[in-house]
Design a protein around this ligand. Sequence first.
Ligand SMILES: CC(C)(COP(=O)(O)OP(=O)(O)OC[C@H]1O[C@@H](n2cnc3c(N)ncnc32)[C@H](O)[C@@H]1OP(=O)(O)O)[C@@H](O)C(=O)NCCC(=O)NCCS
Length: 197
Amino acid sequence: MLLSIIPYLNKSILEIFINRISPISNSFRIFILKEIGIKIDSDCLVGKNVTVKLGLSQGKKGEINIRAKSEICNGVNLECWGGAIDIDENVFIGPYTIIYGNGGVKIGRDTLIATHCKIISSNHTIPSKNTRIRSQPDILLPVTIGDDVWLGAGVTVLGGITIGNGCIVGAGAVVTKDLAPYSIAVGIPAKVIRTRL
Ligand SMILES: CC(C)(COP(=O)(O)OP(=O)(O)OC[C@H]1O[C@@H](n2cnc3c(N)ncnc32)[C@H](O)[C@@H]1OP(=O)(O)O)[C@@H](O)C(=O)NCCC(=O)NCCS
């Protein structure tokens, strides 16, 4: 690739560039993302101030894969910490959504994730009072979100959760347990109120 000879330090500068310079075209943003090492289809849409971080875990570099026709809106933050974020075709990731991919996050095709959602694929252990929480390692907990799912505004999905195909999660919910396909769930913790079946 054209910029592959640029040393790592300069790639970091490119990351800052994609993160900070807003009035650049969609195709240029996609070009920069590819140069950073993100796999992204050329017909995706990428908004302003999208931040991405692949990171390293036990010597393994993180991976982000964004497939055809997906849209990543303004201010979305994708952080892998050496894990993986896999976004299938025609997915919409709403403004200011945060996805932590340390434990692995998979999002199925045609899924709609509204603004300000948080998808977290790890946890900390809760130590006894003599041990600092900060010193606890991450527990990696993969998250799978199926095809044709709708997460309303401000939904939080915790580590280890599977949200089945066709589910709807109401605005502001915190998903702490798996949701069967076509469930409609609301609240904290999210409870199923009916289904689409
Ligand atoms: C989940 C949702 C789709 C349900 O819609 P609906 O089927 O029309 O549900 P209703 O309005 O009939 O509400 C059913 C019950 O769930 C409750 N409820 C609905 N949405 C809720 C929510 N987000 N959190 C908590 N309770 C909720 C209602 O108060 C009602 O409770 P009741 O039976 O005790 O009166 C909708 O309320 C929602 O949250 N949509 C997300 C909107 C959004 O974030 N859009 C962003 C742009 S994509």
